[in-house]
Design a protein. Structure first.
Length: 105
């Protein structure tokens, strides 16, 4: 099955709880397409502290490793600095970068 990297906000533009709930919704959208969502901030939010610089860096690094396993990066929200780094990496890798369009619940 194709893996889709879910690129969405975690620590910016609102509270993190709302951003994590939105990420769950985005993952459902990907699953409904028959694809596997890869959403690092859902994986690591309960383990790493985004306020601790070394832990944020570790989370970003692990996310970049997961990106290597994906066939696409899909943007689901307004861009944050972390998202911009993920998009740049995806482009460097030659991955398709797409913007999610159907976000109806």
């Amino acid at each position: 099955m194709e893996k889709v990297y879910v690129c969405s906000q975690y620590g910016t533009r609102g509270d993190r709880v709302a951003n994590l709930e939105a990420a769950k919704f985005y993952c459902i959208k990907v699953i409904e397409e028959g694809k596997v969502p890869i959403c690092p901030h859902l994986f690591y939010a309960g383990v790493l502290n985004d306020e601790v610089k070394s832990q944020r860096a570790a989370g970003m690094e692990m996310g970049m490793e997961l990106l290597k396993e994906c066939g696409e990066l899909r943007i689901f929200s307004h861009l944050s600095e972390g998202m911009k780094a993920e998009i740049l990496k995806a482009k460097e890798m030659g991955l398709p970068v797409t913007l999610a369009t159907d976000m109806s619940r």
